[in-house]
Design a binder for this molecule. Structure first.
Ligand SMILES: *[C@@H]1O[C@H](CO)[C@@H](O)[C@H](O)[C@H]1NC(C)=O
Ligand SMILES: *[C@@H]1O[C@H](CO)[C@@H](O)[C@H](O)[C@H]1NC(C)=O
Ligand SMILES: *[C@@H]1O[C@H](CO)[C@@H](O)[C@H](O)[C@H]1NC(C)=O
Ligand SMILES: *[C@@H]1O[C@H](CO)[C@@H](O)[C@H](O)[C@H]1NC(C)=O
Ligand SMILES: *[C@@H]1O[C@H](CO)[C@@H](O)[C@H](O)[C@H]1NC(C)=O
Ligand SMILES: *[C@@H]1O[C@H](CO)[C@@H](O)[C@H](O)[C@H]1NC(C)=O
Ligand SMILES: *[C@@H]1O[C@H](CO)[C@@H](O)[C@H](O)[C@H]1NC(C)=O
Ligand SMILES: *[C@@H]1O[C@H](CO)[C@@H](O)[C@H](O)[C@H]1NC(C)=O
Ligand SMILES: *[C@@H]1O[C@H](CO)[C@@H](O)[C@H](O)[C@H]1NC(C)=O
Ligand SMILES: *[C@@H]1O[C@H](CO)[C@@H](O)[C@H](O)[C@H]1NC(C)=O
Ligand SMILES: *[C@@H]1O[C@H](CO)[C@@H](O)[C@H](O)[C@H]1NC(C)=O
Ligand SMILES: *[C@@H]1O[C@H](CO)[C@@H](O)[C@H](O)[C@H]1NC(C)=O
Length: 803
């Protein structure tokens, strides 16, 4: 019995060795890039793909949800998060069943996509005149095309793009790009890029009820935006080196132009039109150009009665106007409805709520130039359906009044002096005196789970006859044996750590380095560049001239293995912010645990605190940047990450003196409500920067510990005094107490500012700006954690000072 089994195994192995599955390496995959007339691609067969000769693009059935497939073209190589980037779809609005759906190339040259349950084709190329057969090809540029035997292209996917334009693909009067509905729903969304009937490329929001052009800026003429309406044709293309040329004089170069890169231009779900380049080493797309920088100018993001503002940590944010609530808790496009039910036509019963720095686009009931505020109020009160007005400062002593009958496309703008005045019943105004503070901030409910499409289409089962069935059973059994053998074969021939390495890298997006490699790049750990909480950091130089910071973790030591290290750093893979340090990879070999970060030319803030290179302008930028980085860490929709050791040593500076927060993420993750803090068995942090609540066992640890440390760091940057130094001895060792004492001693004058500010720092500063900065820092380092602002509030306060 045993010998028989061994014999079978040997025979199978010999057979297997000859099968292409094992003998071909992934680089030499010879998958077809041509579909012959009369043949078809089936949704069920996982090998039914066409791959472009260079391997960059794949065409086939792409799963867009549970049992839902679209025939698509995508970039073959997955990104670091294992997702694929789709560049074209045949049937984006009508996904087909996951069983017995087929794309067939008919003998007449027509390409037809059929769903088994539907009598009519879901999609077809509709080539009527061609009676000749044609072949379906996929090009190196990502073009899927039908070519007859006279080498004429009779149909091409480049002629009917979905939301993406590839390099060399012509954008013409007959094509348009339409965004996807959402990140998970690929069907047609509301944003469209097209050539308008005056020959200008525009972006339009084409929503369910209203539509509006938002790019180029509709408030000025096309000519003023640098576009030409007098073109002899309507075409635009992006070339391989990142130059975009359009017939309406829209020319731009991507930020990495001249370099060869995998590129795409996409109308994104947020309504912006962006150019991307693939960062192949990290497996992510980088934005290299975008049409709109103030993304709140895109129409239709926040529905009626809500406003859009840019949140530094999370991009755009919608908020209801005061005394209104979200209509649909999961979708801002529904807008907000009033909480009150008095009608706004109340014969002197209405008043106005001042809403500074906000504007709503369009929908004017009346425009009155050169008026006073009182006159404008009377104008709006006189119009029954006036919902409010925008009172705009035009020039010295000259204001215009825009009375609006619909409050839509609201946005916050710091660049104009205009204000919105909202009409509300008097009763509400009496209740809420402090009107400027009551912007209602409903948040979207964060959801990690991606929705899936379920198509419940019945399909007719063809009863298979018995011989087919038994054949299939045989195939399954054989397949199972084959699988076992392949696994056996792999274990025998491959280095097990290598396969694991590939798997791990795919799962986390981090590169795994060997200890020997890192030892070499750091020249045997010779160039120490810093010491952090977790270990010592060394400078490393890779052979391709990339410079990295390599951190030797001491804490991890022997106790924990690779899995624990990966679990700890896996959150970092999802963090991506310009004020957070980038992590490239790691090493975990026996007792050696290392992390590889991007290298920061200017070292840490601690090293530069007393440097003459850091003038007040740079110091201010560092406080804002650091706050943004921390605010992003604390952001609600991410997993909540506390830093727990904010100090000048952990704030690094790149060649442009932009700050990047480092050393985060190795602290444990907390539950959002901060109740599960039993993980913190001992206080973390550094003396002088540690929040008081660390010292009390029963005090919950929340994001406010980082706010405290941040406050201390800012005070240190301003005063040049160390929070652990002797200078503060008289003030019970606390920097904030010292500053407060000076403030009180000055007795209402501003003299204290000069006293606390470091005189050795170069450059002038604006006293009022400095005063606000110090006050924010003092608020942050308040003893009572509830008195401290959140990190995003800090960013907001500091950005207000900037403007
Ligand atoms: C195929 O790609 C080449 C460039 O790689 C291009 O010149 C050619 O026009 C493409 N063919 C079609 C039919 O798109
Ligand atoms: C083109 O197709 C026709 C018939 O379909 C065939 O007779 C002819 O030989 C083909 N030409 C070439 C160049 O293959
Ligand atoms: C783009 O780069 C080309 C040269 O590579 C230059 O001639 C052109 O002026 C640039 N266009 C813009 C808009 O900067
Ligand atoms: C272009 O590529 C070179 C070499 O890879 C690189 O040094 C340079 O920074 C790149 N330029 C841009 C603008 O990305
Ligand atoms: C209006 O909003 C304020 C602040 O949000 C609230 O205090 C007040 O009760 C609201 N008024 C009504 C009538 O809902
Ligand atoms: C809210 O919006 C979602 C998504 O658009 C939709 O599925 C849901 O039915 C809506 N809920 C209500 C109460 O309208
Ligand atoms: C917006 O608010 C106004 C009153 O402020 C109300 O009349 C209108 O119906 C609201 N819009 C929506 C979509 O609820
Ligand atoms: C608003 O309507 C609700 C019921 O629809 C009612 O109970 C409430 O008293 C009304 N409020 C006002 C201020 O009229
Ligand atoms: C605005 O109106 C005032 C008086 O109402 C007038 O003196 C002034 O000239 C006007 N300004 C302009 C620019 O028309
Ligand atoms: C805002 O108003 C002030 C005077 O009130 C003026 O000096 C300043 O230029 C205005 N700013 C803008 C952007 O209009
Ligand atoms: C609202 O505040 C102002 C001062 O900001 C005060 O004069 C007024 O009496 C207050 N009104 C109410 C109803 O509290
Ligand atoms: C995707 O969006 C379309 C509308 O454009 C809708 O009909 C469809 O149900 C959506 N699918 C999911 C899964 O939400």
């Amino acid at each position: 019995m045993g010998t028989l089994f061994l014999y079978i195994v040997v025979v199978l192995l010999v057979l297997l060795y000859k099968t292409p599955l094992l003998s071909s390496s992934p680089t030499s995959l010879s998958l077809p890039s041509v579909l012959k007339p009369g043949s078809s691609l089936s949704v069920e067969n996982k090998d039914d793909f066409l791959i472009s000769p260079n391997g960059l693009f794949t065409a086939g059935f792409y799963s867009v949800g549970e049992n839902a497939y679209c025939f698509s073209v995508w970039f073959t190589k997955p990104l670091a998060d294992q997702s694929h980037t789709i560049v074209w779809m045949a049937n984006r609005d009508a996904p087909v069943n996951g069983k017995r759906s087929k794309l067939s190339l008919l003998k007449t040259g027509n390409l037809v996509l059929r769903d088994a349950a539907q009598p009519l084709p879901i999609w077809t190329t509709n080539i009527i005149d061609s009676k000749e057969p044609a072949q379906l090809f996929i090009n190196d540029t990502g073009n899927l095309y039908l070519q007859n035997n006279e080498t004429q292209v009779i149909w091409q996917s480049f002629g009917s793009p979905t939301d993406t334009l590839l390099p060399l693909q012509k954008f013409t009067k007959d094509t348009s790009l339409v965004s996807s509905r959402s990140l998970t729903n690929h069907s047609s969304g509301f944003y469209k890029l097209y050539f308008d009937n005056d020959n200008v490329i525009r972006l339009v929001y084409n929503g369910p009820s209203v539509a509006g052009i938002y790019w180029p800026d509709p408030k000025i003429t096309a000519w003023a935006s640098g576009r030409s309406t007098w073109a002899s044709r309507r075409t635009a293309t992006l070339d391989l080196s990142g130059h975009f040329v359009s017939s309406d004089s829209l020319f731009f170069n991507t930020s990495d132009s001249e370099n060869q890169s995998v590129r795409r231009l996409t109308v994104d779900v947020d309504g912006n039109f962006r150019a991307y380049s693939l960062d192949e080493t990290r497996g992510i797309w980088k934005v290299t150009w975008q049409a709109i920088s103030d993304t709140c100018r895109v129409h239709g993001i926040c529905g009626e009665n809500s406003t859009c503002s840019i949140s530094p940590n999370h991009g755009r944010k919608c908020s209801c106007i005061p005394n209104h609530t979200m209509i649909n808790q999961t979708d801002w496009s529904y807008g907000c409805k009033p909480e009150f039910n008095t009608t706004l036509c109340g014969n002197g019963e209405d008043d106005f709520l001042h809403f500074p720095h906000y504007d709503f686009y369009g929908y004017e009931a009346r425009f009155v130039p050169n008026v006073t505020l009182d006159e404008c109020k009377r104008v709006c009160l006189g119009i029954c359906n006036c919902k409010g007005f925008h009172f705009n400062y035009e020039t010295e002593g000259y204001f215009s009044c825009y009375a609006k009958f619909k409050l839509i496309n609201g946005f916050r703008t710091m660049s104009s002096n205009g204000s919105m005045y909202l009409k509300v019943p008097k009763s509400i105004l009496l209740l809420s005196n402090n009107s400027e503070k009551i912007v209602h901030e409903d948040r979207l409910i964060c959801s990690e789970k991606l929705p899936t499409v379920r198509i419940d289409r019945a399909y007719i089962k063809n009863p298979k006859n018995e011989s087919v069935k038994s054949l299939m059973i045989f195939t399954y059994v054989f397949g199972a044996l084959e699988t076992i053998c392949i696994i056996y074969f792999f274990y025998r021939t491959r280095n097990p750590s290598k396969t694991r390495q590939g798997y791990v890298q795919a799962a986390t997006g981090f590169q795994r380095f060997s200890y020997a490699e890192l030892k070499k790049t750091t020249k045997n750990f010779s160039k120490e560049i810093g010491r952090g909480g977790g270990g010592i950091v060394y400078k490393g130089e890779f052979s391709n001239n990339r410079v990295a910071a390599v951190k030797l973790l001491k804490e991890f030591g022997n106790k924990q293995g690779e899995t624990e290290l990966l679990a700890e750093i896996s959150t970092l893979g999802r963090l991506n912010h310009m004020n957070l340090i980038d992590i490239w990879g790691y090493c975990a070999e026996r007792k050696h645990k290392l992390l590889v970060y991007e290298y920061m030319e200017n070292g840490s803030l601690a090293q530069n605190l007393h440097s003459s290179k850091l003038d007040w302008g740079k110091r201010f930028d560092i406080t804002v940047g650091t706050a943004k980085g921390l605010a992003y860490l604390h952001e609600e929709c991410l997993e909540w990450v506390l830093h727990c050791d904010v100090k000048p040593h952990n704030i690094l500076l790149d060649s442009n003196w932009n700050p990047k927060v480092a050393d985060f993420g190795l602290s444990k993750l907390l539950d959002r409500d901060g109740t599960r803090n039993s993980e913190f068995t001992r206080a973390r942090g550094t003396r002088g920067y540690m929040a008081p609540e660390w010292l009390f066992v029963n005090h919950p640890i929340t994001s406010k510990v980082d706010v405290y440390s941040y406050g201390v760091v800012v005070l240190e940057m301003i005063t040049g005094r160390s929070p652990t130094g002797d200078q503060c001895a008289k003030s019970k060792g606390r920097l904030d107490s010292w500053v407060k004492e000076k403030m009180i001693a000055a007795g209402g004058t501003k003299d204290w500012i000069e006293e606390v500010v470091d005189v050795t720092v170069d450059g002038k500063y604006d006293t009022s700006k400095m005063e606000i900065l110090i006050k924010v820092a003092l608020q942050c380092s308040a003893e009572d954690k509830d008195a401290r602002p959140t990190m995003s509030q800090v960013v907001d306060m500091l950005l207000h000072v900037e403007n």
